[in-house]
Ligand binder design. Structure first.
Ligand SMILES: Cc1cc2nc3c(=O)[nH]c(=O)nc-3n(C[C@H](O)[C@H](O)[C@H](O)COP(=O)(O)OP(=O)(O)OC[C@H]3O[C@@H](n4cnc5c(N)ncnc54)[C@H](O)[C@@H]3O)c2cc1C
Length: 302
């Protein structure tokens, strides 16, 4: 396989900045769907300086910023570009009075537990969303009546010049599963959540209650990316899918969950092609029978 033009550039950048670099990394190991071919290159910066050095070159490099891969469907052919994974150094969480300032690579669940331990309320709704802070801000993740928009004070990203920019939440264009970062090429570096003092025991009880609801309703025993489709205006995707008799329908090992019709699951060896065929089938049947157009929430790569 011939090296693409950008290969030399990323290799020399990684040498110069001592950024860990790997080739042909299977992305199925980096997504909760457990689907997808290899990333041509994966880099793992461990400092903001290293990350800025990469972002400065983004106009000539095919970069993709990966969080936990919990909302991602990767092509069977993989991604012929550079996947940037924030190193474990980007997982820090610090408290500033009622604020939690969290690096983009921190797991949202850890952020929720930290808030609980500090007696800070507001993030209970997010407990159980298996992503990172970066992915949650990018998606304006939400559940059980809450969303990032309710608690986010600001986010910081690195722009195309490698400059760190802080954007107040009001300017982040946060709406249902959307932010100003959706479709942009900025790398989110950290975010601040404005919380309110609360009782750790009550916070913990609410978190456990919501987690129990997830366990009861969601097929957490199977690889998935959560709800595959966005909620259409005036309806629920899962209810429409069930109403159309699509529960349990499958293509290869990709199946509509019996437990929660909004979840498409990987029953073992589903390929991206299987999952895409199933998505298309669900969309077609639902449109024909109900008139609703289901839009995917899951992001595609490759
Ligand atoms: C079992 C299960 C339950 C779920 N429940 C919910 C739920 O209740 N509510 C909900 O909203 N979602 C839910 N999800 C979906 C998913 O967890 C969220 O969308 C989450 O916010 C994605 O975060 P991530 O780190 O995995 O992002 P990824 O899937 O890695 O990436 C998603 C997008 O964010 C971008 N991105 C990630 N990090 C950065 C960064 N640092 N800078 C710039 N861009 C970045 C990626 O490029 C990509 O476009 C669920 C998923 C699963 C598997």
């Amino acid at each position: 396989m011939q090296n693409p033009q950008w290969m030399e550039k990323i290799q020399s950048l990684c040498r110069e900045w001592e950024i860990p670099f790997a080739q042909q990394v299977p992305l199925r190991d980096y997504t909760t769907f457990q689907i997808g071919g290899p990333a041509r290159v994966m880099v793992t910066p461990s400092s903001e300086e290293q990350l800025a050095a990469i972002c400065r070159e983004r106009d000539s490099l095919p970069l993709f910023f990966l969080g936990r891969g919990s909302n991602l469907l990767v092509s069977d052919a993989g991604y012929d570009g550079i996947v940037v994974v924030l190193g474990k150094e980007f997982a820090r969480i610090r408290q500033e009075e009622n604020l939690l300032v969290c690096e983009a690579g921190a797991s949202l669940n850890r952020v929720c537990r930290t808030a609980r331990d500090l007696g800070l309320s507001g993030l209970e709704f997010a407990f159980g969303i298996p992503g990172t802070v970066g992915g949650a801000v990018y998606m304006n993740a939400g559940a059980y009546g809450g969303e990032m928009k309710d608690v986010l004070l600001w986010a910081e990203h690195l722009d195309h010049k490698g400059n760190l920019c802080r954007v107040p939440a009001e300017e982040l264009d946060l709406s249902y599963r959307h932010s100003r970062y959706s479709g942009s090429r900025d790398c989110i570096v950290r975010a601040a959540f404005r919380l309110t003092p609360g009782d750790s025991v009550a916070i913990s009880a609410r978190m456990e209650e919501l987690m129990a609801r997830r366990r009861e309703k969601q097929p957490l025993e199977y690889p998935s990316a959560g709800s595959t489709f966005k909620r259409p205006e005036g309806a629920f995707a899962a209810a429409l899918i069930e109403q159309c008799g699509l529960k349990g329908v499958s293509v290869g090992d990709a199946a509509v969950s019996e437990k929660h019709s909004g979840f498409l699951i990987n029953r073992g060896n589903a390929t991206c092609a299987d999952m895409e065929a199933l998505i298309a089938r669900v969309q077609q049947v639902v449109a024909e029978q109900t008139g609703y157009r289901l839009e995917t929430e899951v992001q595609r790569l490759g």
